[in-house]
Design a binder for this molecule. Structure first.
Ligand SMILES: [Fe+2]
Length: 177
């Protein structure tokens, strides 16, 4: 969740990767509240790179974002990604990314062909970059870090999860069926 709540990482970690070469490496961000969570978004760049992410608290927490695609990625609008993380134990999580694109008719067939033959492998490359960074992080990596303006969204969800953890720890063991 930290990873996706930092849209700026696309311009650094994925700079040489598919669809993320454009865009500035610095930006101003703001938090915009919604009735189901909040947006963390750039104030000075929209529709260029990985410019916003929405964090949603529902029956399950998830993040939602859109990656603009160049014309050589075939027909269709922006590429949508919905991310979910399920902690399993102290060192393992299952991470899910739903990928979406709205395309109709024959263009949909073109898109499916392109995706299967060319683009899906590139997406896995990007996800593997994220996985390698996350797996290499020390368990206490969040103890000695210096968060800056791009990390407002990260700080926010850490507060949310810290509060969740305290509330859950306060419930006596065995009292929840
Ligand atoms: Fe990433």
């Amino acid at each position: 969740m930290d990873n996706v709540l930092d849209p700026m990482h696309g311009a650094f970690l994925h700079r040489d990767s598919h669809s993320m070469f454009g865009g500035d490496t610095s930006a101003r961000f703001r938090i915009r509240e919604t009735d189901r969570g909040f947006f963390f978004e750039k104030t000075d760049q929209v529709g260029v790179n990985f410019d916003w992410v929405e964090y949603v608290r529902g029956s399950m927490d998830f993040v939602d974002t859109e990656i603009p695609y160049a014309q050589d990625a075939g027909p269709g609008g922006v590429f949508g990604i919905v991310g979910m993380a399920t902690p399993i134990d102290a060192t393992n999580s299952a991470i899910f990314h739903w990928r979406t694109r709205r395309v109709q008719g024959w263009e949909r067939e073109v898109w499916r062909f392109l995706y299967r033959t060319r683009l899906e492998a590139k997406h896995w490359t990007v996800l593997e970059q994220d996985r390698e960074v996350l797996e290499a992080l020390a368990g206490d990596a969040d103890a000695e870090e210096h968060l800056y303006q791009h990390d407002l969204g990260v700080s926010r969800i850490r507060r949310i999860y810290r509060a969740d953890a305290r509330a859950q720890a306060a419930v006596p063991a065995g009292s929840v069926s």
